[in-house]
Design a protein around this ligand. Structure first.
Ligand code: PEP
Ligand code: MN
Length: 265
């Protein structure tokens, strides 16, 4: 198995854009809104997260919504707005692809292709992004074991693409106190089994704005290679995931705290 430590013991570093290295000594921060909603919204988000110290801008153009009647994303127009935000801020761009056709477009406009929880076991999509040669951010499925996650990474690696970043984003359990159960243990478990970098997404992991900062701190303390966090200029007006999106000022403070924790371990 190519994802395993037996195959390769040395940690893999995935460089998604010049200088943005995931899996090295620095904790990386990917931040931005759940969805790209408009030019004004994505540019405001990009400037806010860049000024706070984020390395990459996240934001969905193709949105895997639970309901087909919910906002589905701006599609190609959203990708163009992300490219504009990159030109304005220099941030690397991370955005989700839901199918093969979308992945080709994402590969054209973005620096890193996100495969979401709902598609973690879409094996034809995984094989396809394995052939595109762009870094892949692979999120854990909401009912996937860590072994399932590593086997999904294997689909990308086995097509010749070594640049896979894993991401813990919470799993479903019986408890509705939070949106998902954020599995902090996944970080050291993955690090023992695999040389691939592992990030943490406390936004989807908890679903609740006031839980995001403590869980982000905990993930960095646990050794995560980076954090994926939702930030919106006006969370109350967000078209998706507003309840878990940080206000820009909260995000600025979070990055300050993460630097202290990363420096202390
Ligand atoms: C997202 O990152 O906006 C997203 C849809 O995440 P997940 O696939 O983890 O639900
Ligand atoms: Mn979201």
């Amino acid at each position: 198995r190519q994802a395993s430590r037996e195959w390769k013991n040395e940690n893999t570093i995935v460089e998604i854009a010049p200088g943005v290295r995931v899996g090295g000594s620095d904790v990386v921060v990917f931040a931005g809104p759940c969805s790209v909603e408009s030019e004004a919204q994505i540019l405001a988000s990009a400037h806010a997260v860049r000024n706070a110290g984020a390395h990459a801008l996240r934001g969905g153009a193709f949105k895997p919504r639970s309901s087909p009647y919910a906002f589905q994303g701006l599609g190609l127009e959203g990708l163009k707005l992300l490219a504009l935000a990159r030109n304005e801020t220099g941030l690397a761009i991370v955005t989700e692809a839901m199918d093969e056709r979308g992945a080709d477009l994402v590969a054209e406009y973005a620096d890193c292709i996100q495969i979401g929880a709902r598609n973690m076991q879409n094996y034809s999509l995984l094989r396809h992004v394995g052939k595109l040669g762009k870094p892949v951010l692979l999120k854990r499925g909401m009912a996937a074991t860590i072994n399932d996650l590593l086997l999904s990474a294997e689909y990308v690696l086995s097509e010749g693409n070594p640049n896979v970043i894993l991401c813990e984003r919470g799993v479903r359990t019986f408890d509705s106190a939070t949106r998902n159960l954020f599995d902090l243990t996944a970080i050291p478990v993955v690090q023992k089994l695999s040389h691939l970098p592992i990030m943490a997404d406390p936004s989807h992991g908890t679903g609740l704005r006031d839980k995001v900062t403590p869980m982000a701190r905990a993930a960095v303390a646990a050794g995560a290679d980076g954090i994926l966090v939702e930030v919106h200029p006006t969370p109350d007006k967000a078209l998706s995931d507003g309840a878990q999106s940080l206000y820009p000022e909260q995000f600025t403070e979070l990055v300050r705290q993460l630097r202290l924790i990363a420096g202390a371990i």
